[in-house]
Design a protein around this ligand. Sequence first.
Ligand SMILES: Cc1cc2nc3c(=O)[nH]c(=O)nc-3n(C[C@H](O)[C@H](O)[C@H](O)COP(=O)(O)OP(=O)(O)OC[C@H]3O[C@@H](n4cnc5c(N)ncnc54)[C@H](O)[C@@H]3O)c2cc1C
Length: 420
Amino acid sequence: MENSTEARAVGVVGAGIVGVALAFLLSRRGFVVTLIDRDAPGRTGPSFGNAGHIAGSEIFPISNPGILGTAIRMLAAPNAPLKIDPFYAPRLAPWLYRFYLSGRQKAYKRATEALTLLSAKALPSTKALLAEAGLGNMVRHAPALYLYESRHSLENAIPNWRAKLERGHSYTVIADRRDLAELEPSLSREFAGAILSDDWGAVTDPYDVVTDLFQAAIGSGVEYRRANVEAIHPAEHTITVKGEGKAFNFDKVVIACGAHTPLLARQIGDHLPIEAEGGYNYTYPASGLELNHPLILADRGIAATSLLRGLRVGGWAVFAGLNSEPKQAYFDRIEKIAIRTFPGLRTHGGQPWSGLRPSTPDSVPIISRSARAKGIFYSAGHGHCGLSLAAASAEIMLELLRGNQQAGQPFAIDRFERPG
Ligand SMILES: Cc1cc2nc3c(=O)[nH]c(=O)nc-3n(C[C@H](O)[C@H](O)[C@H](O)COP(=O)(O)OP(=O)(O)OC[C@H]3O[C@@H](n4cnc5c(N)ncnc54)[C@H](O)[C@@H]3O)c2cc1C
Protein backbone atom coordinates (compact mmCIF):
# COMPACT_ATOMS: atom_id res chain seq x y z
CA MET A 1 0.00 0.00 0.00
CA GLU A 2 1.21 3.50 -0.85
CA ASN A 3 1.77 6.02 1.92
CA SER A 4 -0.23 9.20 1.53
CA THR A 5 -0.25 12.38 3.51
CA GLU A 6 -3.78 12.93 2.27
CA ALA A 7 -5.66 10.30 4.27
CA ARG A 8 -9.00 12.03 4.01
CA ALA A 9 -12.39 10.55 4.77
CA VAL A 10 -14.20 9.66 1.56
CA GLY A 11 -17.71 8.27 1.36
CA VAL A 12 -18.54 6.22 -1.74
CA VAL A 13 -22.29 5.84 -2.26
CA GLY A 14 -23.15 2.81 -4.41
CA ALA A 15 -21.51 -0.60 -4.29
CA GLY A 16 -21.87 -1.77 -7.86
CA ILE A 17 -18.67 -2.54 -9.76
CA VAL A 18 -17.87 1.18 -10.17
CA GLY A 19 -18.19 2.00 -6.44
CA VAL A 20 -16.47 -1.16 -5.22
CA ALA A 21 -13.49 -0.77 -7.60
CA LEU A 22 -13.14 2.85 -6.48
CA ALA A 23 -13.43 2.07 -2.77
CA PHE A 24 -10.73 -0.59 -3.07
CA LEU A 25 -8.33 1.64 -5.01
CA LEU A 26 -8.81 4.64 -2.70
CA SER A 27 -8.19 2.59 0.43
CA ARG A 28 -5.02 1.16 -1.11
CA ARG A 29 -3.83 4.72 -1.85
CA GLY A 30 -4.25 5.93 1.70
CA PHE A 31 -7.79 7.31 1.86
CA VAL A 32 -10.13 6.41 4.70
CA VAL A 33 -13.11 4.98 2.83
CA THR A 34 -16.70 4.16 3.76
CA LEU A 35 -18.81 2.38 1.16
CA ILE A 36 -22.58 2.78 1.45
CA ASP A 37 -25.27 0.80 -0.36
CA ARG A 38 -28.89 0.02 0.34
CA ASP A 39 -28.33 -3.53 -0.83
CA ALA A 40 -25.66 -6.21 -0.79
CA PRO A 41 -22.71 -5.13 -2.99
CA GLY A 42 -23.26 -5.88 -6.67
CA ARG A 43 -26.58 -7.62 -6.03
CA THR A 44 -29.25 -5.38 -7.55
CA GLY A 45 -27.81 -3.38 -10.45
CA PRO A 46 -26.41 -4.44 -13.82
CA SER A 47 -23.10 -5.23 -12.08
CA PHE A 48 -24.77 -8.51 -11.11
CA GLY A 49 -25.70 -10.06 -14.43
CA ASN A 50 -23.74 -8.38 -17.21
CA ALA A 51 -21.94 -10.30 -19.95
CA GLY A 52 -18.54 -10.23 -18.22
CA HIS A 53 -16.72 -8.67 -21.17
CA ILE A 54 -13.81 -6.28 -20.89
CA ALA A 55 -14.43 -4.41 -24.10
CA GLY A 56 -11.08 -2.85 -24.94
CA SER A 57 -11.93 -1.77 -28.48
CA GLU A 58 -15.33 -0.11 -27.87
CA ILE A 59 -14.20 3.41 -28.70
CA PHE A 60 -17.15 4.70 -30.73
CA PRO A 61 -20.17 6.26 -29.05
CA ILE A 62 -23.54 4.69 -29.90
CA SER A 63 -24.91 7.95 -31.31
CA ASN A 64 -23.20 8.79 -34.59
CA PRO A 65 -23.79 11.00 -37.65
CA GLY A 66 -26.18 8.44 -39.19
CA ILE A 67 -28.05 7.60 -36.00
CA LEU A 68 -31.44 9.05 -36.89
CA GLY A 69 -32.01 6.70 -39.84
CA THR A 70 -30.63 3.70 -37.95
CA ALA A 71 -32.83 4.37 -34.91
CA ILE A 72 -36.00 4.80 -36.98
CA ARG A 73 -35.33 1.53 -38.85
CA MET A 74 -34.67 -0.28 -35.57
CA LEU A 75 -37.78 1.01 -33.83
CA ALA A 76 -39.88 -0.27 -36.72
CA ALA A 77 -38.46 -3.83 -36.56
CA PRO A 78 -39.74 -6.12 -33.76
CA ASN A 79 -36.50 -8.14 -33.59
CA ALA A 80 -34.16 -5.13 -33.61
CA PRO A 81 -32.29 -4.45 -30.36
CA LEU A 82 -33.65 -0.94 -29.69
CA LYS A 83 -37.01 -0.51 -27.90
CA ILE A 84 -38.68 2.58 -26.47
CA ASP A 85 -41.78 2.27 -24.32
CA PRO A 86 -44.28 4.66 -25.97
CA PHE A 87 -45.64 5.71 -22.55
CA TYR A 88 -42.14 6.67 -21.44
CA ALA A 89 -41.19 8.42 -24.69
CA PRO A 90 -42.29 11.94 -23.62
CA ARG A 91 -40.06 11.78 -20.51
CA LEU A 92 -37.20 10.37 -22.57
CA ALA A 93 -37.45 13.11 -25.19
CA PRO A 94 -34.85 15.54 -23.70
CA TRP A 95 -32.32 12.72 -23.36
CA LEU A 96 -33.07 11.51 -26.89
CA TYR A 97 -32.49 14.99 -28.20
CA ARG A 98 -29.08 15.13 -26.47
CA PHE A 99 -28.40 11.65 -27.85
CA TYR A 100 -29.11 12.93 -31.33
CA LEU A 101 -26.87 16.00 -30.78
CA SER A 102 -24.08 13.74 -29.51
CA GLY A 103 -24.01 12.11 -32.94
CA ARG A 104 -23.13 15.33 -34.75
CA GLN A 105 -19.57 15.44 -36.10
CA LYS A 106 -17.92 17.63 -33.48
CA ALA A 107 -19.53 16.00 -30.45
CA TYR A 108 -19.02 12.52 -31.94
CA LYS A 109 -15.32 13.21 -32.41
CA ARG A 110 -14.99 14.52 -28.85
CA ALA A 111 -16.75 11.47 -27.40
CA THR A 112 -14.61 9.13 -29.51
CA GLU A 113 -11.46 10.78 -28.16
CA ALA A 114 -12.68 10.39 -24.57
CA LEU A 115 -13.65 6.74 -25.08
CA THR A 116 -10.36 6.02 -26.87
CA LEU A 117 -8.47 7.30 -23.81
CA LEU A 118 -10.53 5.25 -21.40
CA SER A 119 -10.88 2.03 -23.40
CA ALA A 120 -7.11 1.80 -23.88
CA LYS A 121 -6.97 1.26 -20.12
CA ALA A 122 -9.90 -1.18 -19.90
CA LEU A 123 -7.98 -4.44 -19.83
CA PRO A 124 -4.65 -3.26 -18.31
CA SER A 125 -6.35 -1.34 -15.48
CA THR A 126 -8.79 -4.18 -14.71
CA LYS A 127 -5.91 -6.65 -14.63
CA ALA A 128 -3.80 -4.37 -12.41
CA LEU A 129 -6.64 -3.69 -9.96
CA LEU A 130 -7.66 -7.33 -9.64
CA ALA A 131 -4.02 -8.41 -9.29
CA GLU A 132 -3.54 -5.87 -6.49
CA ALA A 133 -6.58 -7.40 -4.78
CA GLY A 134 -5.10 -10.89 -5.17
CA LEU A 135 -7.80 -11.72 -7.75
CA GLY A 136 -5.69 -11.78 -10.90
CA ASN A 137 -7.15 -15.16 -11.90
CA MET A 138 -10.63 -13.63 -12.35
CA VAL A 139 -9.76 -11.81 -15.58
CA ARG A 140 -8.12 -13.06 -18.75
CA HIS A 141 -7.14 -11.70 -22.14
CA ALA A 142 -9.84 -12.97 -24.52
CA PRO A 143 -10.05 -11.63 -28.11
CA ALA A 144 -13.69 -11.08 -29.10
CA LEU A 145 -15.50 -12.27 -32.22
CA TYR A 146 -17.92 -9.76 -33.75
CA LEU A 147 -20.32 -11.78 -35.90
CA TYR A 148 -22.05 -10.50 -39.05
CA GLU A 149 -25.04 -12.17 -40.68
CA SER A 150 -24.38 -11.01 -44.24
CA ARG A 151 -21.41 -10.01 -46.38
CA HIS A 152 -23.01 -6.63 -46.71
CA SER A 153 -23.07 -5.99 -42.94
CA LEU A 154 -19.47 -7.24 -42.59
CA GLU A 155 -18.33 -4.90 -45.38
CA ASN A 156 -20.29 -2.01 -43.86
CA ALA A 157 -18.45 -2.51 -40.58
CA ILE A 158 -14.94 -2.49 -42.07
CA PRO A 159 -14.45 1.33 -42.15
CA ASN A 160 -15.13 1.45 -38.40
CA TRP A 161 -12.59 -1.29 -37.79
CA ARG A 162 -10.04 0.56 -39.93
CA ALA A 163 -10.66 3.66 -37.82
CA LYS A 164 -10.10 1.54 -34.70
CA LEU A 165 -6.85 0.24 -36.17
CA GLU A 166 -5.67 3.84 -36.66
CA ARG A 167 -6.22 4.25 -32.91
CA GLY A 168 -4.14 1.19 -32.11
CA HIS A 169 -6.76 -1.59 -31.99
CA SER A 170 -5.76 -4.48 -34.21
CA TYR A 171 -8.27 -6.84 -35.81
CA THR A 172 -8.48 -9.78 -38.18
CA VAL A 173 -11.22 -10.34 -40.77
CA ILE A 174 -12.66 -13.86 -40.84
CA ALA A 175 -14.39 -13.98 -44.22
CA ASP A 176 -14.57 -17.77 -44.65
CA ARG A 177 -17.38 -19.64 -42.90
CA ARG A 178 -15.11 -22.68 -42.41
CA ASP A 179 -12.53 -20.59 -40.54
CA LEU A 180 -15.30 -19.22 -38.36
CA ALA A 181 -16.59 -22.75 -37.64
CA GLU A 182 -13.08 -23.76 -36.59
CA LEU A 183 -12.76 -20.79 -34.24
CA GLU A 184 -16.20 -21.27 -32.68
CA PRO A 185 -17.60 -24.75 -33.46
CA SER A 186 -20.87 -24.41 -31.51
CA LEU A 187 -21.99 -21.43 -33.58
CA SER A 188 -24.76 -21.72 -36.19
CA ARG A 189 -23.58 -21.56 -39.80
CA GLU A 190 -25.80 -18.54 -40.52
CA PHE A 191 -23.00 -16.02 -39.98
CA ALA A 192 -21.31 -14.77 -43.14
CA GLY A 193 -18.18 -13.54 -41.46
CA ALA A 194 -16.60 -12.08 -38.37
CA ILE A 195 -14.01 -9.69 -37.01
CA LEU A 196 -11.61 -10.88 -34.34
CA SER A 197 -10.80 -7.95 -32.06
CA ASP A 198 -7.66 -8.45 -30.05
CA ASP A 199 -7.91 -6.01 -27.13
CA TRP A 200 -10.66 -7.72 -25.19
CA GLY A 201 -10.83 -9.64 -21.98
CA ALA A 202 -13.41 -11.55 -19.97
CA VAL A 203 -13.98 -12.19 -16.29
CA THR A 204 -14.90 -15.49 -14.70
CA ASP A 205 -18.21 -14.03 -13.48
CA PRO A 206 -19.13 -10.35 -13.03
CA TYR A 207 -20.97 -10.81 -9.73
CA ASP A 208 -18.08 -12.81 -8.24
CA VAL A 209 -15.76 -9.98 -9.28
CA VAL A 210 -17.81 -7.44 -7.30
CA THR A 211 -18.17 -9.61 -4.19
CA ASP A 212 -14.52 -10.73 -4.12
CA LEU A 213 -13.27 -7.20 -4.76
CA PHE A 214 -15.59 -5.98 -2.02
CA GLN A 215 -14.04 -8.50 0.39
CA ALA A 216 -10.58 -7.31 -0.67
CA ALA A 217 -11.69 -3.72 -0.01
CA ILE A 218 -12.90 -4.65 3.47
CA GLY A 219 -9.54 -6.39 4.00
CA SER A 220 -7.73 -3.19 3.11
CA GLY A 221 -9.74 -1.11 5.58
CA VAL A 222 -12.93 -0.01 3.78
CA GLU A 223 -15.94 0.26 6.10
CA TYR A 224 -19.30 -0.86 4.72
CA ARG A 225 -22.60 0.68 5.80
CA ARG A 226 -25.98 -0.49 4.58
CA ALA A 227 -28.40 2.39 4.08
CA ASN A 228 -30.69 3.80 1.44
CA VAL A 229 -29.15 7.25 0.98
CA GLU A 230 -31.94 9.81 0.89
CA ALA A 231 -30.05 13.09 1.15
CA ILE A 232 -26.56 14.53 0.84
CA HIS A 233 -25.85 17.85 2.57
CA PRO A 234 -22.70 19.69 1.55
CA ALA A 235 -21.37 22.23 4.07
CA GLU A 236 -18.14 24.24 4.21
CA HIS A 237 -15.92 21.54 5.71
CA THR A 238 -18.05 18.41 5.94
CA ILE A 239 -20.47 16.55 3.74
CA THR A 240 -23.25 14.69 5.51
CA VAL A 241 -24.82 11.65 3.92
CA LYS A 242 -28.20 10.73 5.38
CA GLY A 243 -30.43 7.70 5.04
CA GLU A 244 -32.75 5.54 7.11
CA GLY A 245 -32.19 7.67 10.19
CA LYS A 246 -28.39 7.37 9.95
CA ALA A 247 -25.94 10.17 9.19
CA PHE A 248 -22.31 9.89 8.07
CA ASN A 249 -19.80 12.74 7.77
CA PHE A 250 -17.05 12.88 5.18
CA ASP A 251 -14.53 15.27 3.69
CA LYS A 252 -15.49 14.13 0.19
CA VAL A 253 -18.27 12.03 -1.27
CA VAL A 254 -18.39 10.14 -4.55
CA ILE A 255 -21.83 9.16 -5.84
CA ALA A 256 -21.63 5.96 -7.89
CA CYS A 257 -25.27 4.81 -7.92
CA GLY A 258 -25.47 3.73 -11.56
CA ALA A 259 -28.81 4.64 -13.17
CA HIS A 260 -30.03 6.06 -9.82
CA THR A 261 -27.28 8.69 -9.64
CA PRO A 262 -29.34 11.55 -11.14
CA LEU A 263 -31.88 11.28 -8.27
CA LEU A 264 -29.24 12.21 -5.67
CA ALA A 265 -27.50 14.66 -8.03
CA ARG A 266 -30.73 16.59 -8.52
CA GLN A 267 -30.87 17.43 -4.80
CA ILE A 268 -27.40 18.92 -5.07
CA GLY A 269 -28.45 20.97 -8.10
CA ASP A 270 -26.57 18.95 -10.74
CA HIS A 271 -28.41 17.70 -13.80
CA LEU A 272 -26.92 14.41 -14.96
CA PRO A 273 -28.36 13.17 -18.27
CA ILE A 274 -28.26 9.49 -17.37
CA GLU A 275 -31.09 7.22 -18.51
CA ALA A 276 -31.87 3.67 -17.47
CA GLU A 277 -31.24 1.42 -20.48
CA GLY A 278 -32.59 -2.06 -19.93
CA GLY A 279 -30.76 -5.17 -21.01
CA TYR A 280 -32.06 -8.75 -20.99
CA ASN A 281 -30.26 -12.07 -20.88
CA TYR A 282 -30.46 -15.76 -20.15
CA THR A 283 -27.82 -17.77 -18.34
CA TYR A 284 -27.78 -21.47 -19.15
CA PRO A 285 -25.97 -23.40 -16.40
CA ALA A 286 -26.04 -26.70 -18.33
CA SER A 287 -25.74 -25.33 -21.87
CA GLY A 288 -23.63 -28.24 -23.06
CA LEU A 289 -21.26 -25.93 -24.88
CA GLU A 290 -18.25 -23.78 -24.15
CA LEU A 291 -17.36 -20.70 -26.19
CA ASN A 292 -13.75 -19.94 -27.08
CA HIS A 293 -14.32 -16.17 -27.33
CA PRO A 294 -16.57 -13.42 -26.06
CA LEU A 295 -19.11 -13.09 -28.91
CA ILE A 296 -20.94 -10.03 -30.21
CA LEU A 297 -23.84 -10.57 -32.60
CA ALA A 298 -23.26 -7.22 -34.25
CA ASP A 299 -26.54 -7.14 -36.20
CA ARG A 300 -28.69 -8.01 -33.19
CA GLY A 301 -27.19 -6.11 -30.22
CA ILE A 302 -26.55 -9.40 -28.43
CA ALA A 303 -23.48 -10.67 -26.57
CA ALA A 304 -22.62 -14.20 -25.46
CA THR A 305 -20.00 -15.47 -23.03
CA SER A 306 -19.07 -18.65 -21.23
CA LEU A 307 -18.95 -17.77 -17.53
CA LEU A 308 -18.49 -19.90 -14.42
CA ARG A 309 -22.28 -19.81 -13.94
CA GLY A 310 -22.92 -21.00 -17.49
CA LEU A 311 -23.44 -19.63 -20.98
CA ARG A 312 -24.88 -16.11 -20.88
CA VAL A 313 -26.66 -14.74 -23.96
CA GLY A 314 -28.37 -11.37 -24.13
CA GLY A 315 -28.23 -7.62 -24.63
CA TRP A 316 -30.64 -5.12 -26.23
CA ALA A 317 -31.40 -1.52 -25.35
CA VAL A 318 -34.83 -0.97 -23.81
CA PHE A 319 -35.78 2.53 -22.66
CA ALA A 320 -38.74 2.38 -20.29
CA GLY A 321 -37.61 4.32 -17.22
CA LEU A 322 -36.04 3.47 -13.85
CA ASN A 323 -39.13 1.81 -12.41
CA SER A 324 -40.05 -0.33 -15.39
CA GLU A 325 -40.72 -4.05 -15.01
CA PRO A 326 -38.97 -6.55 -17.33
CA LYS A 327 -41.14 -7.90 -20.17
CA GLN A 328 -41.53 -11.63 -20.66
CA ALA A 329 -41.89 -11.15 -24.42
CA TYR A 330 -38.35 -9.76 -24.58
CA PHE A 331 -36.94 -12.71 -22.64
CA ASP A 332 -38.72 -15.04 -25.08
CA ARG A 333 -37.17 -13.30 -28.07
CA ILE A 334 -33.70 -13.39 -26.50
CA GLU A 335 -34.10 -17.13 -25.94
CA LYS A 336 -35.17 -17.66 -29.55
CA ILE A 337 -32.05 -15.84 -30.73
CA ALA A 338 -29.91 -17.95 -28.37
CA ILE A 339 -31.36 -21.21 -29.74
CA ARG A 340 -30.91 -20.09 -33.32
CA THR A 341 -27.33 -18.93 -32.70
CA PHE A 342 -26.25 -22.10 -30.88
CA PRO A 343 -28.10 -25.09 -32.39
CA GLY A 344 -26.71 -27.49 -29.74
CA LEU A 345 -27.76 -25.30 -26.80
CA ARG A 346 -29.46 -27.03 -23.87
CA THR A 347 -31.84 -24.50 -22.40
CA HIS A 348 -33.00 -26.51 -19.38
CA GLY A 349 -32.58 -24.49 -16.15
CA GLY A 350 -31.99 -21.25 -18.07
CA GLN A 351 -32.21 -18.19 -15.79
CA PRO A 352 -33.65 -14.95 -17.15
CA TRP A 353 -32.23 -11.68 -15.83
CA SER A 354 -32.64 -8.04 -16.67
CA GLY A 355 -30.69 -4.98 -15.51
CA LEU A 356 -30.60 -1.23 -16.08
CA ARG A 357 -27.48 0.25 -17.59
CA PRO A 358 -26.71 3.85 -16.61
CA SER A 359 -26.43 5.50 -20.04
CA THR A 360 -25.32 8.98 -21.05
CA PRO A 361 -26.31 10.47 -24.44
CA ASP A 362 -22.69 10.45 -25.70
CA SER A 363 -21.76 7.01 -24.25
CA VAL A 364 -19.00 8.66 -22.19
CA PRO A 365 -19.17 8.12 -18.42
CA ILE A 366 -19.37 11.05 -16.03
CA ILE A 367 -16.26 11.05 -13.86
CA SER A 368 -16.45 14.49 -12.47
CA ARG A 369 -16.70 16.81 -9.55
CA SER A 370 -20.09 18.39 -8.94
CA ALA A 371 -20.72 21.64 -10.79
CA ARG A 372 -22.56 22.95 -7.72
CA ALA A 373 -21.11 21.65 -4.47
CA LYS A 374 -17.51 21.47 -3.30
CA GLY A 375 -16.35 18.01 -2.22
CA ILE A 376 -19.01 16.05 -4.14
CA PHE A 377 -18.04 13.90 -7.11
CA TYR A 378 -19.76 11.51 -9.54
CA SER A 379 -18.64 8.30 -11.18
CA ALA A 380 -21.62 7.06 -13.16
CA GLY A 381 -23.09 6.69 -16.63
CA HIS A 382 -20.87 3.85 -17.81
CA GLY A 383 -23.61 2.46 -20.07
CA HIS A 384 -22.61 -0.71 -21.89
CA CYS A 385 -19.08 -0.76 -20.50
CA GLY A 386 -19.21 -0.32 -16.71
CA LEU A 387 -17.39 -3.53 -15.92
CA SER A 388 -14.76 -2.77 -18.56
CA LEU A 389 -14.18 0.80 -17.37
CA ALA A 390 -14.62 0.57 -13.59
CA ALA A 391 -10.91 0.22 -12.82
CA ALA A 392 -9.83 2.92 -15.30
CA SER A 393 -12.54 5.24 -13.93
CA ALA A 394 -11.31 4.61 -10.38
CA GLU A 395 -7.82 5.75 -11.44
CA ILE A 396 -9.25 9.00 -12.84
CA MET A 397 -11.38 9.61 -9.73
CA LEU A 398 -8.29 9.03 -7.56
CA GLU A 399 -6.59 11.88 -9.44
CA LEU A 400 -9.66 14.12 -9.07
CA LEU A 401 -9.76 13.50 -5.33
CA ARG A 402 -6.08 14.35 -5.13
CA GLY A 403 -6.95 17.70 -6.69
CA ASN A 404 -5.77 17.04 -10.26
CA GLN A 405 -8.80 18.37 -12.19
CA GLN A 406 -7.10 18.02 -15.58
CA ALA A 407 -7.30 14.23 -15.26
CA GLY A 408 -11.07 14.23 -15.57
CA GLN A 409 -11.51 16.90 -18.22
CA PRO A 410 -13.01 14.71 -21.04
CA PHE A 411 -15.43 13.13 -18.54
CA ALA A 412 -16.58 16.27 -16.70
CA ILE A 413 -20.30 17.05 -16.49
CA ASP A 414 -19.83 20.54 -17.89
CA ARG A 415 -19.48 18.97 -21.36
CA PHE A 416 -23.28 18.85 -21.50
CA GLU A 417 -23.35 22.62 -21.17
CA ARG A 418 -20.85 23.24 -23.97
CA PRO A 419 -22.18 23.87 -27.49
CA GLY A 420 -22.24 20.68 -29.63
C1 LIG B 1 -27.44 -7.08 -20.27
C2 LIG B 1 -26.23 -6.27 -19.89
C3 LIG B 1 -24.97 -6.70 -20.30
C4 LIG B 1 -23.84 -5.95 -19.98
N1 LIG B 1 -22.60 -6.43 -20.35
C5 LIG B 1 -21.49 -5.73 -20.02
C6 LIG B 1 -20.20 -6.25 -20.33
O1 LIG B 1 -20.06 -7.35 -20.82
N2 LIG B 1 -19.12 -5.48 -20.02
C7 LIG B 1 -19.24 -4.26 -19.44
O2 LIG B 1 -18.24 -3.60 -19.25
N3 LIG B 1 -20.45 -3.78 -19.08
C8 LIG B 1 -21.57 -4.48 -19.36
N4 LIG B 1 -22.81 -4.00 -19.00
C9 LIG B 1 -22.89 -2.69 -18.34
C10 LIG B 1 -22.49 -2.78 -16.87
O3 LIG B 1 -23.14 -3.88 -16.27
C11 LIG B 1 -22.85 -1.47 -16.15
O4 LIG B 1 -22.32 -0.37 -16.86
C12 LIG B 1 -22.27 -1.45 -14.74
O5 LIG B 1 -22.66 -2.61 -14.05
C13 LIG B 1 -22.71 -0.20 -13.98
O6 LIG B 1 -22.16 -0.31 -12.70
P1 LIG B 1 -22.44 0.76 -11.57
O7 LIG B 1 -21.63 0.37 -10.40
O8 LIG B 1 -22.27 2.13 -12.13
O9 LIG B 1 -24.01 0.64 -11.26
P2 LIG B 1 -24.87 -0.47 -10.51
O10 LIG B 1 -24.42 -1.83 -10.79
O11 LIG B 1 -26.29 -0.12 -10.82
O12 LIG B 1 -24.60 -0.17 -8.98
C14 LIG B 1 -25.15 0.96 -8.34
C15 LIG B 1 -25.34 0.65 -6.86
O13 LIG B 1 -25.85 1.83 -6.23
C16 LIG B 1 -26.78 1.44 -5.24
N5 LIG B 1 -27.68 2.56 -4.99
C17 LIG B 1 -28.45 3.23 -5.89
N6 LIG B 1 -29.11 4.23 -5.27
C18 LIG B 1 -28.75 4.19 -3.96
C19 LIG B 1 -29.10 4.98 -2.82
N7 LIG B 1 -29.96 6.02 -2.92
N8 LIG B 1 -28.55 4.66 -1.64
C20 LIG B 1 -27.69 3.62 -1.52
N9 LIG B 1 -27.32 2.84 -2.57
C21 LIG B 1 -27.84 3.13 -3.78
C22 LIG B 1 -27.49 0.22 -5.86
O14 LIG B 1 -28.07 -0.57 -4.84
C23 LIG B 1 -26.34 -0.47 -6.59
O15 LIG B 1 -25.72 -1.45 -5.78
C24 LIG B 1 -23.96 -4.74 -19.27
C25 LIG B 1 -25.22 -4.32 -18.83
C26 LIG B 1 -26.35 -5.08 -19.12
C27 LIG B 1 -27.68 -4.63 -18.62
